[in-house]
Design a protein around this ligand. Sequence first.
Ligand code: ADP
Ligand code: TRP
Length: 346
Amino acid sequence: MSKKKQDETAEAPTPLPKRQQIVLSGTKPTGENLHLGNYFGALRQFVSLQDEHDTALYFVADYHSMTSVRNGAERRRNSLAVALDYLGAGLDPERAILFRQSDLPEVTELTWILTSITPMGMLERAHAYKAAQDKGEDVDHGLFTYPVLMAADILLYGSHLVPVGRDQKQHIEMARDMAQRFNRLYDCEALVLPDPYILEDTATVPGTDGQKMSKSYGNTISMFAAKGKVKKAVMGIVTDSTPVDAPKDTSQALFQLWSLFATQAERDEMFARARAGGLGYGDVKKDLLARLMDYFEPMRERRAHFEQKPDEVEAILRDGAERARALATPVLEACREAAGLGPLRG
Ligand code: ADP
Ligand code: TRP
């Protein structure tokens, strides 16, 4: 039977059991404090997935930050800050592999391998590049090729699931396309096709002005900032001008943000009170602030603990890099072999 015929009759591969699926995600060290959008949209899922899967990798995307941060000392400081945010939020080096992207320069080799099979048109459609172009910014090649480096991050470790907020979905679809192209062009199965992992409820957390919370819009509420700063942001959440006695519109950002810290029963009760009238926005804001500070307190303490021990953090990242390399080496080897790179054979 010809190979093609065999493929057609072969049964579809059984999907891997959930525990064995490899989880991976990364965060760019740009120097901003993590905000509620980052936490509920992405980081909280990093934490829950480290328990649900045998292998979860989370890295500090320092190569990615090179398109915006142009100072080495600043990058080191920012990279430490992301590692502290990870550890503070509850990522545990015993349960997840925490590492620094640039400790595995192999990822730049895979980037080149993927670059050579990626159509220009695909990259021209990428949101980040289009947004920068629309703003008339000077776009450097790094920003243009950013999705290829991100695809290499994902594919190098054979990742199946990538937890992110909705704005990153396009990048993961591009990684999937690149893996498929590579496997097809070189007639191999070296690369795993990844899926995004996005929770519907928190896919887009609103900011203090009701738009998507984002550091680029200046509408963030930070999870680790000093209480005074957090209070200012919470008190500044924009609401409509409905009088206290009147029924309130619960689709406003204030109620959506408050709901992040409430149980379903509390939420139902609060929304019923809001619709009945007689609820003041100021009281909801005060309650939100109290809940928020309580919620993040244990994380602040854990972060402060590691902040005193930068050497321990460095050791965690180095150990993580070794463990990540054990996953990366066979994948890169399979790509090199399929592409005819490396030693001459027979
Ligand atoms: P920002 O938009 O503030 O620049 P980043 O691009 O650094 O945030 O995002 C880091 C992670 O947090 C990504 O996975 C992203 O999808 C997620 N994220 C950021 N903002 C939000 C939001 N408002 N709601 C849900 N997820 C978000
Ligand atoms: N681009 C992501 C962001 O801006 C960060 C990132 C880099 C990433 N490489 C990744 C996320 C690989 C998931 C997988 O948030």
